[in-house]
Design a protein around this ligand. Structure first.
Ligand code: ADP
Ligand code: MG
Length: 470
């Protein structure tokens, strides 16, 4: 299949969260399957994701392919989607109507299947249609929680949205899936437009850009294409790793890039890796990518995950107590998208059962997710969890420091180690920086005794125990 064919099919992918889910699944399959298999069976699939992500419909070209995909890949895909999304996903296979499929391969086609996560788009490149930014107005700086994981990237993006065309051009943001790259670039566009409603801003996924190039090539409308891209004030281009092996696209992007920079328009890019880590992209582009500012977004640390959960719950008009957020954040670590999945489950569970959100409820709602994880409680895990909870360093668990703000959490961790693991007192002492077993015994008795008297301590221990047990 040629670049053009594939991409005119892929062009229907508008860019909702459902698409990212499917895209993540495709990316993973691309890594796991032999290339030939992937190109033959997976790449041509067109996905339609329902609004609540509970259902994914895959469209295939004919009955034979449908049977084959169902037999060979459906189970695997369903499992993958469920894992990525943190909730069961119903997978359906359907045959693309011949007529629709035929149209999909025509350059002039309005794509046959749209994801239902976004309203249909008009033909965006007809000369008469109004300028379209493709921005998702729901993704703003206001609801992008800041933490040390994204502080640099967020600050640089803020700066660009305030004074585009000056510093940090291009801004290159990279990081793993679900960490907020797409959210961040939309925020830049939305902020600039709020300040300067007349600004020409375009958000585009790299795959869509590829498909625009192909269309312009087929229809011989490169002048229009150039005019459209080269006249922008701000170009936000997402997931540039998709330019890999697309020579024609890379050339056109290079031209647009040079033109935009020359007129001091701003370019913000995202990618799953830093520029030099990109493969199958021309060296001259890579060096351009790296010529402004390159910043990473890291996976969110615990505190940030807690803040994100509380924020998102609030946005859904639900109250998530901090201890529940702590419990969830401690157990769902990989990325923000997974956190959102967990939150959605908890909210649904709470509404459905008309119960308040508590650790107990969260545990029930996330039962499947939690049971996947290894539930072995280690002393190390206890030390980390307790240190996080009381906001001290893990190293202080082994250190000789004695101020109460450190000594007390350390005693609590020793107490929990005795209670929740099979380790002996000397073993525990050893794991706490080579302390004597009498020190451990003292801590165990002290905390155990105080717990009976002090409700606040008892409550804290309860949260820690629940969190550790998962
Ligand atoms: P990426 O593009 O890096 O794969 P997304 O931007 O699609 O990730 O983010 C995944 C989801 O997580 C989105 O719903 C996004 O709004 C949300 N998200 C990511 N980071 C944050 C954050 N710091 N604060 C709030 N929501 C976030
Ligand atoms: Mg993204």
């Amino acid at each position: 299949m040629t670049e053009g064919q594939h991409n005119s099919l892929a062009a229907n992918a508008s860019l909702g969260a459902g698409d990212s889910l499917w895209q993540a699944c495709v990316d993973q399959l691309a890594q796991e399957l032999p290339e030939q298999q992937f190109n033959t069976w997976i790449k041509p699939l067109v996905a339609q994701v329902s609004d609540d992500f509970s259902k994914v419909t895959l469209y295939v070209g004919n009955r034979f392919k449908l049977d084959w995909v169902r037999a060979q890949y459906a189970g695997r895909i369903a499992g993958m989607l469920e894992k990525m999304y943190g909730q069961p996903v119903q997978l359906e296979l359907a045959i693309t109507q011949r007529e629709a499929l035929a149209r999909a391969f025509q350059p002039a086609a309005v794509a046959p299947i749209r994801t239902v996560t976004e309203p249909p788009e008009p033909e965006e490149d007809s000369a008469s249609s109004a300028f379209k930014t493709r921005l998702n107005t729901a993704l703003t700086f206001d609801n992008l929680v800041e933490g040390s994981a994204n502080r640099m990237a967020r600050a640089a993006a803020m700066h660009v949205s305030g004074t585009p065309g000056q510093l940090y051009n291009p801004l290159f943001i990279y990081g793993g899936v679900g960490l907020g790259k797409t959210h961040l670039v939309h925020s830049v566009g939305n902020k600039l437009l709020a300040d300067r409603p007349g600004a020409k801003v375009l958000y585009i996924h790299a795959e869509q850009f590829v498909s625009d190039v192909v269309k312009a090539y087929q229809r011989k409308t490169f002048d229009e294409f150039k005019h459209r891209y080269h006249s922008l004030d701000l170009l936000l281009i997402d997931d540039v790793q998709f330019f890999a092996n697309k020579d024609r696209t890379q050339e056109e992007f290079f031209n647009a890039f040079e033109a935009l920079l020359a007129k001091k328009s701003h370019i913000v890019m995202t990618s799953d890796t830093y520029p030099k880590g990109l493969v199958d992209i021309h060296e001259r582009l890579i060096s351009r990518f790296d010529s402004g500012l390159t910043v990473a977004i890291e996976p969110p640390e615990l505190e940030m995950r807690v803040a994100i959960l509380i924020n998102k719950a609030k946005a859904e008009s639900a109250e998530m107590p901090e201890e529940v957020a702590f419990f969830v954040a401690k157990n769902v670590r990989s990325n923000v998208r997974e956190l959102e999945g967990a939150l959605r489950k908890i909210l649904a569970y709470s509404r459905f059962n008309q119960k308040e959100i508590s650790i107990q409820l969260a545990r029930e709602a996330l039962r499947d997710l939690l049971s996947i994880q290894n539930r072995q409680i280690s002393v190390e895990n206890i030390q980390k969890t307790v240190a996080d909870y009381y906001k001290i360093k893990v190293a202080d668990m082994y250190s000789k420091k004695r101020p109460a703000s450190i000594a007390r959490p350390r005693q609590i961790a020793m107490y929990l180690a005795k209670e929740l693991t099979q380790k002996s007192l000397p073993e525990i002492g050893e794991l706490f920086g080579g302390r004597d077993h009498t020190t451990v015994l003292h801590a165990v008795r002290k905390i155990g005794g105080e717990r009976q008297q002090m409700t606040e301590l008892n409550q804290q221990l309860h949260v820690l125990e629940q969190t550790l047990k998962g």
